[in-house]
Design a protein around this ligand. Structure first.
Ligand code: HEC
Ligand code: HEC
Length: 507
């Protein structure tokens, strides 16, 4: 996109980002036909990146069991080192007592105001911990009729999700963006405080400028507003559209009434329920441990993983799809949905660079809030997220989701507007070439492109990156056969592939 280009910087990233970034840059180097600068930057990114800590969880109590996430990391090695696929198959993971408690809480319906909703109701283990049905957004609340505002993301492969940061955009020359002059590093804090500031006459302008030179990335949720699993879970527990508890005390009362409340005392001490804040914090910590330790949240056992270590062969259609997925002039998908492990071989690809884009997805009229013509979900710039509401350049931007298990979904994009992968693919290649297919006509009879954005933010929509770089009437970046091939490739990202069964089947 124009304002927030896809290729950037290494200098001031946190460790997790640097590792992700190094993979990203390596991939770019390859796409650029061996861009020396990118490779150099990738090398230095690795040099400055110590062993990355996975999503950290804070607790006052010790964790008793094995740390599954740390265990999954193969020793750092050369760039071509294949990562370890499905290590838990050979070394079964025993959940710690804390994670076992978290597991019970994850499925515990009595923790909701309605008594009918658990984390697992929306994050269904049978659907890659994503939505259990084809509703664009889920229903919850006290009467189980309150509509959420966004599609439920999968909870898989979030274990290395970096904290939300805004980093300077410099050092790596960007070939597809005109504005990519190296920016003076502007600290995150400065951007944030300027953006939050009350007097925005001059400050807003400074914030706009800072936004243009920096790239937001990481964080949980479609708008990156939450940093840790632990913080994340308070949201659904108290959200009136979700688990709908009135306040923290109500949650603590419910915890105290659980048939297994004694476990809390065992793990956290006899007085754990005396301090509400602590009790909730430990419950959330247990939920976090569960998501970090339980292998089914990050099994890395797709066909693509086995293909990466030479234990699976792609079909012709899948192989053609992969090529299109990586081709910068065709799908260009891997420039955001990164498909290579980190260069040190430590982290398997998770098919996201954790960055934000405005794609101008059509307005979804199945979301009741959208019947109000003045309501817009603008992602990074609000209204759910509150800290960047004055940074115009962030309006309409949403986080790039993982594509692992994407074919298990029935709704796609932040507002669940697409109901099939075929629609997603056609939107990608037709949005610019044939917009009438995707947007309604406005009052003036013209096609109302990007109709889920107020006019002044439409300029944020990415028209620079393939496949969006075609113009009206051009041939789409992918034809129907090519789309089928890319979808065939996406099918290799479903978890649960078993090379030995595939071999038997082929005999
Ligand atoms: C009513 C449905 C619903 C319930 C119940 C629910 N969630 Fe979610 N969850 C969502 C939605 C929708 C989002 C995305 C929210 C957003 O982007 O603003 C989300 C986001 C998340 C994320 C961030 C994922 C990402 O990709 O960034 C995590 C982690 C999460 N939920 C964990 C939980 C836990 C733990 C519970 C139980 C305490 C829970 N959720 C209960 C609907 C739900
Ligand atoms: C410039 C970065 C970028 C490129 C290039 C890109 N994507 Fe995406 N992708 C995103 C972002 C950001 C979203 C979420 C947009 C939203 O919700 O508004 C997304 C969403 C998706 C989704 C929906 C996933 C879900 O859980 O809802 C699919 C499927 C997808 N992309 C596939 C692809 C394919 C296939 C390609 C190549 C043809 C591609 N993407 C190219 C950034 C990118």
């Amino acid at each position: 996109m124009t304002i927030l280009p896809r290729r950037h910087f290494a200098a001031t990233l946190g460790t997790a980002q640097a590792v992700v970034l190094s993979a990203f840059l390596a991939a770019c180097g390859q796409h650029d036909g061996g861009n020396a600068n990118a490779q150099q930057a990738a090398a230095s990114a690795v040099a400055v990146a110590p062993v990355s800590t996975p999503q950290t969880a804070r607790s006052t109590a010790p964790s008793t069991g094995p740390d599954a996430v740390l265990n999954t990391a193969a020793p750092a090695a050369g760039a071509s080192q294949p990562y370890e696929v499905a290590p838990w198959r050979d070394h079964p993971v025993k959940l710690s007592a804390m994670a076992e408690l978290g597991k019970q809480l994850f499925f515990e319906k009595s923790l909701s105001g309605s008594g009918k909703m658990a984390c697992a109701s929306c994050h269904d283990p049978a659907n890659a911990y994503g939505p259990p049905n084809g509703l664009a957004v889920q229903l919850g609340g006290l009467d189980m009729q309150q509509q959420g505002a966004r599609a439920v993301p999968s909870l898989k492969y979030l274990e290395h999700n970096p904290d939300f940061t805004i980093g300077p955009n410099s050092s790596v020359p960007d070939t597809d963006v005109a504005t990519a002059t190296p920016a003076a590093p502007t600290s995150d804090v400065k951007v944030a405080s300027v953006a939050k500031g009350g007097n925005l006459t001059g400050a807003a302008a400074v914030a706009q400028q800072a936004a243009a030179n920096n790239v937001p990335q990481g964080g949980f949720d479609w708008d990156g507003r939450i940093d840790t699993f632990q913080d994340q879970a308070t949201g659904p527990l108290l959200d009136p559209h979700e688990m709908a508890n009135k306040n923290a005390s109500e949650v603590v009362h419910k915890l105290r009434d659980l048939p297994y409340a004694a476990k809390f005392k065992q793990l956290f001490g006899d007085h754990i329920f005396d301090d509400e804040h602590l009790a909730i914090s430990e419950a959330l910590f247990a939920l976090t441990r569960y998501q970090l330790e339980e292998p089914s949240f990050h099994p890395y056992d797709s066909k693509y993983d086995y293909y990466m270590i030479g234990q699976a062969t792609l079909t012709e259609a899948e192989a053609r799809g992969l090529k299109l997925f990586e081709d910068p002039a065709k799908g260009n998908c891997s420039s955001c949905h990164i498909d290579k492990p980190s260069v040190d071989g430590k982290f398997p690809p998770v098919f996201t660079d954790f960055q934000f884009e405005a794609f101008g997805a059509p307005r979804n009229m199945h979301i009741a809030a959208n019947r109000n013509p003045h309501y817009y979900d603008l992602g990074l710039c609000g209204p759910v997220r509150k800290d960047y509401t004055h940074v115009d350049a962030y309006c309409g931007l949403f986080k790039t989701p993982t594509l692992r298990n994407v074919l298990s979904r029935k709704v796609f994009f932040h507002n669940g507007v697409f109901r099939s992968i075929d629609d997603v693919m056609h939107f990608y290649v037709q949005r610019e070439t044939d917009p009438a297919r995707w947007y309604p006509k406005g009052k003036n009879g013209k096609i109302d492109v990007y109709n889920d954005l107020p006019p002044k933010y439409k300029k944020n929509v990415d028209v620079a990156d393939a496949p969006f770089d075609r113009k009206r009437g051009d041939a789409p970046a992918l034809d129907d056969q090519e789309i089928k091939d890319v979808i065939a490739f996406l099918g290799t990202l479903n978890d649960g592939y078993r090379p030995e069964q595939a071999q038997t089947a082929a005999k």
